[in-house]
Design a protein. Sequence first.
Lengths: 276, 276
Amino acid sequence: MAGAPVRIEDPSDPRIAGFVSIRERDLTGRDGLFIAEGTVVLRMLGSAQAKANGFGCDAILLLENRLSGLSGVLAAFGNEVPVYVASAAVFDAVAGFNMHRGVLALGRKPASQTGAGLLGRVPETSLVLAGCGLSNHDNVGSIFRNAAAFGADAVFLDETSCDPLYRKAIRVSVGSVLSVPFSRGLGAQAMLEGLASAGFEIWGLSPRGAVSVAAIPAARRIALVLGTEGEGLPQSILSRFHTARIPQRPGLDSLNVATASGIALYQIALAMGRVD
Amino acid sequence: MAGAPVRIEDPSDPRIAGFVSIRERDLTGRDGLFIAEGTVVLRMLGSAQAKANGFGCDAILLLENRLSGLSGVLAAFGNEVPVYVASAAVFDAVAGFNMHRGVLALGRKPASQTGAGLLGRVPETSLVLAGCGLSNHDNVGSIFRNAAAFGADAVFLDETSCDPLYRKAIRVSVGSVLSVPFSRGLGAQAMLEGLASAGFEIWGLSPRGAVSVAAIPAARRIALVLGTEGEGLPQSILSRFHTARIPQRPGLDSLNVATASGIALYQIALAMGRVD
């Protein structure tokens, strides 16, 4: 159980300095921290902590009327995690805008999120996602949500993809960035060659893909590769690996990359017998 | 071809009053107007006009350096549509924020968007969407984008769903709200009974659906029904019509409704032989 609640009366209290003006700062991890908002995400953070998968929690800040409903969620945190409680007036003054949900936590990222360690930990039979140049936080959040829904074992992001622990990506993912293991930092080509060496069948998703996603055969290990919206995957990747497309009407604009990831994951998870 | 370009030097020029402070006003149609932003959406509006499907265009406002690249797009508009051109300074002062894309149009909605007329115009063989309580503009925009990608013939929205011609929904739909015919305004039950009477097989999408979306059989006319995110479709609808679910891992949070619509549309369009 997290620490006993401590009431904060002064917005400038140094114990809650980490929560000041979070909207403006939009913590992106240069200091190793991230902001978790809302009950669902707090629960996911507690669960990630309980699994000892590297995530930490520096502090929790709650609106006073939210405390009683959250005892089950707080039970997942260790008693070294301080819980601060504040009135709406103090809460709003601290967080810099009206945080209607009244539930915030200051999370701490795992020490390392590079790819090699993660690749050694994925299950023998695996479905993973690989992202190349995914620069939009909404899309990255949605892609993690889809990864969780279809039971993907990990997400590998290249060095040009954005940080999934950015506030907006966490929120859109409904906390899935805390439950689906991920790495980030390699160049796209090195990342994909590493997956291929580990026995993954690599399938690039592209409107110009060679076969329908419905024709991707089951395999022991499959990696679905997603490119940046608009440009898509570079030709160097498309010509090196398998490619698949989502059957759709011809037109100027293809599907949003997050929706496309959902459709392809659905189809591959069915083929692999991972959902029914 | 739209009218000859007219240069505007004064942000308070009455000829461009309709574009003032669009961000704050976020036109929602109480005056029958909507804002189209960007080249792609302007092209869709031109195409909608050319098809005489009821959309109008009151005026176009362009950043001066965008004019030369847009002649092909402007060709789709009648010469009664005025084209105004402004410098970045005037443009920003008019639109109230930095419109980087420099392409705006003031669209006019079709006179009537209620369901009866549309139901009489859908093709003999049809795939349509029906939305009940879709209140999020991002989701509605994404759903229209998916409808266009999979060739849906129409979208029927109940009276509690939001307006697809809201600025953000138009942008997220990449203009598909201008190409996919839609209606809005009936109660959910009346809307669905109308579709059933017109020979549609009605399939409600729900995590508690009776069969997998992969098992929805082809039919002459299929309507896929989507409920509001979170609550989902009401029991009265689920027990009256067919229901289908998207196979996924058990968990607290299901797929986003827009992603779910994409997966279900993909699967139904395949079953009906509408994409390959």
